[in-house]
Design a protein. Structure first.
Length: 379
């Protein structure tokens, strides 16, 4: 049995015990949890097996693909540009990306993209994984198509293309890709080991994801022209493909970020700590952070099929999905398989959980919610 390593304030012994129990009984294979509270890292724990094929242990600097948790990092990159006056949340996307106005998209606002209400939740044209990994090409295809519903009227989760839509604006405003902008302006500022577009020399530290068991869900039984099928199956991304160099190195700000709980918590604590980085620098003004809580959609999401409230780039408390996340100035998001980050501004706390053994749920995994509950018990 692998003992959990790292440190935790005694108040969070329950979190340590849950991680140890899950690693011992196989609920988790390799995982890390972290809490930043009131400006201090009070939990930084990890353990288990990083690679079941080689038996390599999950160590302090092991990182893993966090799937859609990446969207919270992409959102911070966008908010940095908002804070600097280079991106207006209430402006049309086409102000920064003129080609995007085509096919009835001139009225789509920046906040519609960040709130998953743009009507452009996927690609109309058939795309391959290679297309998705070629960010400029994938962005160009999105610019050409029409929205699938009236922008601003409802959310439809931008599952894979969220980072391409935000990245399309970042590229045109800054002249560099999303991953490079995030690295220099966010991750470096926070002293965090998190990547959107992971360099090849980091590969030895990456824990391969362990695919969840098949759900038995039959996509073929659904209308092929429905928003869900078009969003979630174009393209289908088999979990083993996330270990390819093409995937790891690509600029996919909706899905291919790599980090561990420590790095996630360090970056995201900017949100729970009024815009300050762990080093004390002011990355965002408090009023910029508050824009996250501008509700963009509140109802059943057209893609995920569950009731969600979306602010800007994050979900807001949703008791039916994650009952352990309390009401208040709290924002969160999760990644396919179960990784999660919760930013609680009322309690000045950020919690992160990152793992390699995936749950089948897209949102609301019970294992994940149990970790969130223990983090709050520690407070």
């Amino acid at each position: 049995m692998t003992a959990v390593e790292g440190f935790a304030d005694p108040a969070f012994d329950g979190l340590r015990e849950l991680l140890q129990r899950n690693l011992s009984d196989g609920t988790d294979v390799g995982a890390s949890v972290a809490v930043v509270a009131d400006g201090e890292q009070v939990v930084d724990l990890w353990g288990g097996t990083a690679d079941v094929d080689t038996g390599a242990r999950w160590v302090k600097d092991t990182i893993v693909n966090t799937y859609s948790l990446t969207k919270t990092m992409t959102t911070l990159a966008a908010l940095v540009l908002v804070d600097r006056g280079r991106l207006d949340l209430d402006a049309p996307v086409a102000r920064y990306w003129p080609e995007f106005a085509s096919n009835g998209k001139s009225g789509i606002l920046v906040r519609h993209v960040l709130g998953h209400t743009s009507g452009v939740s996927g690609w109309e044209q058939r795309v391959t994984l290679a297309d998705v990994c070629d960010a400029p090409r994938a962005e160009d295809l999105l610019a050409e198509q029409a929205p699938w519903w009236e922008p601003g009227t409802a959310s439809g989760y931008h599952a894979t293309n969220f980072g391409h839509l935000v990245g399309g604006m970042v590229r045109r405003i800054t002249g560099v890709g999303l991953g490079e902008f995030f690295a220099t302006e966010v991750a470096e500022a926070c002293g965090a080991d998190y990547f959107i577009g992971t360099p090849a020399d980091v590969d030895p530290r990456v824990a391969p994801l362990i695919a969840p068991p098949p759900t038995g869900f039959d996509y073929a039984a659904l209308p092929p022209d429905g928003v869900f099928v078009k969003t979630m199956t174009n393209p289908v991304i088999p979990v083993p493909e996330t270990s390819s160099r093409m995937w790891r190195g690509a600029d996919i700000g909706g899905a291919n970020g790599h980090g561990n709980a420590r790095s996630v918590a360090l970056v995201q604590s900017v949100v729970s700590h009024a815009g300050r980085t762990p080093t004390g620098a002011q990355l965002l003004r408090p009023e910029t952070v508050e824009r996250i809580f501008d509700v963009q959609a509140d109802g059943t999401d057209r893609v995920l099929g569950v009731a969600l409230r979306f602010g800007l780039g994050y979900a807001l408390p949703a008791p039916a999905v994650h009952p352990s996340i309390p009401e208040g100035r709290v924002c969160w998001w999760t990644g396919y398989g179960g990784s999660i980050v919760v930013n609680d501004l009322d309690r000045r706390m950020t919690f992160a959980y990152v793992m390699n053994k995936m749950n089948p749920q897209l949102v609301g995994a019970p294992r994940t919610d149990a970790y969130v509950a223990q983090a709050y018990a520690g407070l």
